[in-house]
Write a protein that binds this ligand. Structure first.
Ligand code: PMP
Length: 374
C-alpha cells in the first residue's frame, strides 16, 4: 500500500508557512557552541501509510508532542542527516552537494522501513527555510548553519513493525569553525573491545541506533586521554572509521608509492560526503595514488614504525578534516607525523590542502558544481 502511486509524495509547493511571532536574539559568533543554538523556525512534514506525505510546514521552532507509546522511543525508528548552509561574500546562501545528503537519507529511511521522499522537494523546502532564517547564517568564513534533517517513526503502538506513520523535520543551528584557533590534532583510541558496525549490519546508514552504542566506548577512550575512537573490525583489526568521521591515511605504501588510502564502502562504513569529495579532489590532483582498500592496525603500526606514514586524518561535515597525531593501540602510543616542514603545525600539508579547497568551494570562493546557491 505504501508504495502505491495514488498516495501523495512530498510536495514543496504545498508548504504552509507560519512565521514566529517572537524572534530569538542572535548569539555572537564567538559564543557559538556546536549544536546548542537553534534558529527561529523548522520544517516539518507528516506521512501516513494511507495518504502518503501531507502538506509540509515551515513553522516556529518548538517542542514536538508525541505519545509515550510512539515507536521512535522504543525501537529507534530514526535516521538523520548532517549538512551545512554557507553564506558567500555576496550574501548568497549555498549548500554543499546537498543531493548526496538527500540520497543518503533515503537509503537510511529505506533501511529502517521509514518512507521514501523526493529529495528535490525537501531541498526546495530547505532553500525556503534557510532564506527565512538567513539572519542565523553567520557571514564569516568558517561559520555556517548546520542543518539536521531527521525522520522518525510516529505510530503510537508498541509492536515491532514498520511504522504506519512518520514525521520528517529539519532544524538548523549556527556553528563556528571546528577549530577556533586553527587545527588541533587529536589522539585516537584504537578500540578493540567494542565494534561500531559489521558486514550486512547498518553501518552504512545514518540511523540514530548506530550512535548510542558508541557512547560508552567514547567515554572509556576519553578517560584514557583520547578524543575519539578508532573503530576497528574483525580479528585482524581492520580500520573502519574515526568517531563520526571517515578515515584517511597518506603513506608510502609497500611498493614505496605515495598513496592516499581510505577503507572501502563495504556496507559497514558510512559513505561520507566529505570522503567522496576528498577522493574526487585527490583523483583530480593526480599527485599520488588513491586507493579504497582494507587496512589493518598491524599494517599501520608497521608502517608508522618504518616512518612510511605521512598524514592521518578523519573527514566529515562538522570539521571537514581532523588531523590525528597519536593512536593508542593495545597499550602502545603510535605517533603520527603532522607537518614535516613546520614543527608547530597541527596538520599535515595535504590535510590542510583538502580543507582549504573544500572550504573555498563551500563559501563560493571557487566555482564548482558542488556548491548550490539556494
Ligand atoms: N562516519 C560517520 C559514522 C558519520 O556519522 C559521519 C557524519 N555524517 C561521517 C562518517 C562523515 O560523513 P559526512 O562527510 O557526510 O559528514
Amino acid at each position: 500500500k505504501r508504495f502505491s502511486s495514488t498516495i501523495s509524495g512530498l510536495d514543496a509547493s504545498k508548504v504552509k508557512v507560519t512565521k514566529s511571532q517572537v524572534l530569538k536574539p542572535l548569539v555572537a559568533n564567538k559564543d557559538l557552541v556546536f549544536g546548542h543554538t537553534f534558529t527561529d523556525h523548522m520544517i516539518t512534514a507528516d506521512w501516513n501509510e494511507e495518504k502518503g506525505w501531507l502538506a509540509p510546514e515551515i513553522r516556529p521552532y518548538e517542542n514536538l508532542s508525541l505519545a509515550p507509546s510512539t515507536v521512535v522511543f522504543h525501537y529507534a525508528s530514526e535516521c538523520f542527516e548532517g549538512m551545512k548552509a554557507y553564506k558567500d561574500k555576496k550574501g548568497n546562501i549555498r549548500l554543499f552537494r546537498p543531493d548526496m545528503n538527500m540520497a543518503r537519507m533515503n537509503r537510511s529511511t529505506a533501511r529502517i522501513a521509514l518512507p521514501q521522499f523526493d529529495g528535490d522537494e525537501l531541498l526546495k523546502l530547505i532553500g525556503e527555510y534557510t532564506k527565512m532564517d538567513s539572519r542565523w547564517i553567520p557571514n564569516e568564513r568558517g561559520y555556517s548553519l548546520y542543518l539536521r534533517p531527521t525522520m522518525i517513526g510516529t505510530q503510537e503502538a508498541l509492536g515491532v513493525n514498520p511504522p504506519s506513520n512518520a514525521k520528517l523535520f529539519v532544524i538548523g543551528c549556527p556553528v563556528g569553525p571546528y577549530y577556533k584557533t586553527g587545527f588541533a590534532a587529536i589522539k585516537l583510541m584504537a578500540t578493540t573491545e567494542y565494534v561500531r558496525a559489521w558486514p550486512r549490519g547498518t553501518g552504512d546508514a545514518k540511523i540514530g541506533g548506530n550512535y548510542a552504542p558508541g557512547l560508552l566506548p567514547q567515554r572509556l577512550a576519553a578517560a584514557r586521554g583520547s578524543q575519539q575512537n578508532l573503530w576497528l573490525f574483525g580479528d585482524d583489526h581492520q580500520l573502519t572509521e574515526v568517531g563520526a568521521m571517515n578515515l584517511f591515511l597518506l603513506w608510502k605504501n609497500e611498493s614505496n608509492e605515495l598513496e592516499l588510502v581510505t577503507p572501502p564502502l563495504d556496507g559497514s562504513i558510512l559513505p561520507g560526503v566529505t570522503r567522496d569529495s576528498i577522493l574526487s579532489l585527490a583523483r583530480e590532483w593526480n599527485e599520488f595514488k588513491v586507493t579504497e582498500r582494507k587496512l589493518t592496525m598491524p599494517e599501520l603500526r608497521e608502517a608508522i614504525k618504518q616512518g612510511r606514514v605521512k598524514e592521518v586524518f578523519g573527514a566529515g561535515t562538522a570539521c571537514i578534516v581532523s588531523p590525528i597525531k597519536t593512536i593508542e593501540y593495545l597499550g602502545e602510543d603510535l605517533a603520527i607525523p603532522l607537518d614535516p616542514y613546520d614543527s608547530t603545525s597541527q596538520a599535515g600539508p595535504y590535510t590542510k590542502r583538502f580543507s582549504d579547497e573544500i572550504m573555498d568551494i563551500q563559501y563560493g570562493d571557487k566555482e564548482s558544481p558542488w556548491s548550490v546557491v539556494v
